[in-house]
Ligand binder design. Structure first.
Ligand code: BGC
Length: 717
């Protein structure tokens, strides 16, 4: 069986397992609920034991005797999976990050929260914020890119939006679940400094934004399973960050009863295996003084219900909108704001309507848009999405469209027609079979797409690429041939509409890369020690030993590259990427002036003026990076600490503000186990990408007397 066939089989099995559509049974209950204390003290031991494991795969069980209702969970970040309702399929998490627009993502979050209320979902199993450490991680599309500040800001807005509707979010997968190869068996070995500075801050931001849920990862971290990781869950999440919500296990990821009971997850999903009634009862009977650990878990879960008001309302809100035109329009805005224009030779885009009469569309994805990646986030209702040719035909009936499927280059007639077309659109890349949880993704596009592209480019110079995928792909061998390239992630059910809008200039492409696109796979340092057979699919590798500690061969995946991940690496030790983090072309031009800095209590306000110097309206994403006094592998040359997306009319100027705290100038001090400001001269840089720097200013930070406690120190310009 070829690797592609194995992938298809796996998706088929996963979809069967995951995707039985269900209707959530409504429960009408009396609005007066017992208080938290009354709940734990009123529960019998048997009820408590049952409460900390799921039922029916996605449910926190009800306790009918006490009129405590069920709470249903559902995947995932881009929409509700598995419910029998006309839900909206929003763009993928990586597309949300590519918008660089937290306000828009908060709006999306509110719409998604409403859909949860309409379908009886009380706990949404997203957002995902694991850092894109390597480009071939099969789940990069479910996460928010390679930078913790960007991922943390976008995910925090998402959480605020969803939770404003009384639906809990579950940020995942805590932590260091940065690849899918052997995801149950590979132990992520990572230093405390790298953990604190790169892999945890996005989670920390989302916890600060108030997420009510955190999902633990499948993988062990530094020798300890994520589901019972006392350092991550107790020391950091609970004690340091003050998290009082619930920690949900990833599905089948417990390996003992005692560890998770004493210092791990609050609930085992999808059902009790290590938290089964028998195992937990035996454990508590052998150690009766451990019962308070059980109480604590119940308080965490009930606390979520109380704060979100879940027990005080019917599970299903018949008046809450779901799949409405308004929600689809939010999905479309996010989709179109996430599209990144990578190349636009001779201003091929936007297509000029009065000059375009004949378009040929080719490529493996011509039959329909790949609206999402595979696995547990896949929403069946939309497989595959509407094709762009249908959208163009409906909106621009005057344009003649030819759609070529299969090996069209073997037909002389088709070759001739294609050669004469005004523009050729190659829609290529990946779909939910290529890219999914459980396995990593291939580095190169399928050969068939290369053939489409190479033949078209050799026949017609006005060939452009619409690329779909959740992360970086091999591009350097073909990037020079097409005239324009749009990078499109997975854009949800309004994909065809959003792409058509951008193609014909109805909206500008305003997305920016949330990842770096490097030339070669080996350019990512982290790939140096990664298993070389990552493209191979083996069922034994995917499932073997899941949930069974005795049938597992745990091996160590060392994060030897340290902080040298993504643009942190490329800007510090190289090589230069093909397209840098933060990059995206616009049709307008912008000038940057007047960088200034002002102290405001314990924060600093950085401002600059941005002017649209061109003749057309446009949108810019100003990015603030900080360069530390000494640059080395432990102190990356630049780190993103702020960004702002702004729309400006021709010749319009605006002052843009960024706010910095002491943390922006700090590093993790291992000796003191605390953040500490780095004294010396730091450079504040304003740029349009991690490589294009427009303004900069040196500031001297003096050490603060108690820098171990986040004292801001003194800043001098
Ligand atoms: C995934 C989780 C998901 C869960 C429930 C697991 O396989 O890793 O992200 O929430 O399934 O579907």
């Amino acid at each position: 069986m070829t690797t592609h066939m194995k992938r298809k089989l796996l998706q088929f099995l996963m979809n069967r397992f995951f995707l039985g559509l269900r209707k959530i049974p409504d429960q009408r209950i009396e609005p007066t609920q017992p208080s938290l204390d009354q709940v734990t003290s009123g529960m019998h031991l048997d009820e408590k034991i049952d409460y900390v494991s799921g039922v029916e795969s996605f449910c926190v069980r009800p306790i009918k005797r006490m009129e405590i209702p069920a709470m249903w969970m559902s995947d995932a970040t881009s929409g509700i999976r598995g419910v029998d309702a006309p839900v909206t399929i929003f763009p993928s998490a990586i597309a949300m990050a590519a918008t660089w627009n937290p306000d828009l993502i908060e709006t999306l979050g509110r719409a998604l929260g409403e859909e949860c209320r309409a379908t009886g979902i009380s706990i949404l199993l997203g957002p995902g914020v694991n850092i894109a450490r390597i480009p071939i991680n099969g789940r990069n599309f479910e996460y928010m890119g390679e930078d913790p500040h960007l991922a943390g800001s976008i995910a925090s807005s998402y959480v605020r939006g969803v939770q404003s509707k009384g639906v809990a979010t579950t940020v995942k997968h805590f932590a260091c679940n940065n690849s899918e190869y052997d995801r149950h068996k590979c132990d992520s070995v990572v230093s405390e400094k790298v953990l604190r500075e790169l892999y945890l801050p996005a989670f920390e931001a989302v916890v600060a934004a108030g997420t009510e849920g955190v999902m633990s990862a499948y993988n062990p971290i530094n020798g300890s399973y994520a589901s019972e990781h006392s350092h991550l869950i107790e020391d950091i999440l609970r004690n340091e960050w003050g998290f009082s919500g619930m920690v949900v296990s990833d599905w089948n990821s417990l390996y003992s009863t005692e560890g998770p009971l004493l210092h791990g997850v609050d609930i085992e999903m999808p059902k009790g295996k290590w938290f089964s009634h028998t195992r937990l009862k035996q454990t508590i009977e052998a150690h009766p003084h451990w019962e308070p650990y059980l109480d604590r878990k119940i308080e965490h879960i009930r606390g979520v219900s109380e704060r979100m008001g879940i027990a005080d309302r019917p599970l299903i809100d018949d008046n809450s909108p779901c799949g409405t035109a308004a929600h689809k329009s939010i999905a479309a805005s996010v989709a179109s704001e996430s599209i990144v224009l990578l190349k636009n030779k001779h201003n091929l885009l936007p297509l000029k309507r009065n000059e375009i009469t004949h378009v040929v569309i080719i490529g493996s994805l011509v039959a329909g848009e790949p609206i999402g990646g595979g696995g547990s986030s896949f929403i069946k209702q939309g497989e595959p999405g509407a094709p762009i040719h249908a959208e163009i035909k409906a909106r621009y009936p005057e344009v003649r469209i030819n759609v070529y499927r299969g090996k069209w280059w073997r037909s002389e007639k088709k070759r001739n027609l294609l050669a004469k077309a005004d523009v050729v659109i190659a829609t290529v890349g990946f779909n939910h079979i290529h890219e999914s949880e459980s396995y990593d993704r291939q580095w190169r596009m399928d050969k068939i797409d290369r053939w489409h592209l190479d033949h078209a480019c050799s026949l017609n110079e006005h060939t452009m690429v619409v690329f779909h995928g959740g992360g970086a792909v091999e591009m350097s061998s073909w990037v020079d041939t097409p005239q324009a390239i749009l990078f499109c992630w997975y854009l949800g059910e309004t994909s065809a509409k959003a792409i058509t809008d951008v193609l014909f200039g109805e909206t500008d492409p305003t997305g920016r890369l949330p990842i770096s696109l490097a030339r070669k796979l080996e350019d990512w340092e982290a790939m140096e020690h990664y298993p070389k057979d990552f493209e191979e699919i083996r069922l034994s590798r995917i499932q073997g030993g899941q949930g069974n500690p005795h049938k597992r061969n745990i091996w160590q995946l060392h994060y030897l590259e340290g902080l040298m991940v993504g643009y942190r690496q490329f800007a510090t030790v190289g090589p230069e990427p093909l397209f840098p983090f933060g990059f995206g072309l616009t049709y307008a031009e912008f000038a940057y002036d007047d960088l200034s800095l002002q102290q405001m209590h314990e924060r600093w306000k950085v401002t600059c003026t941005i002017t649209n110097t061109s003749q057309r309206s446009g949108t810019e994403v100003a990015q603030l990076y900080i360069r530390p006094p000494v640059v080395d592998r432990n102190h990356p040359a630049i780190q993103l600490k702020g960004f702002y997306k702004i729309h400006l009319y021709p010749k319009e100027s605006s002052i843009v503000e960024f706010h910095l705290s002491a943390r922006a100038f700090s590093e993790w001090d291992g000796k003191k186990s605390a953040w500490a400001v780095v004294p010396g001269i730091h450079t504040i840089i304003i740029g349009t990408s991690s490589m294009d720097h427009r303004l900069s200013m040196d500031v001297e930070i003096k050490d603060s007397p108690d820098h171990g406690r986040n004292d801001p120190g003194t800043i001098t310009i």
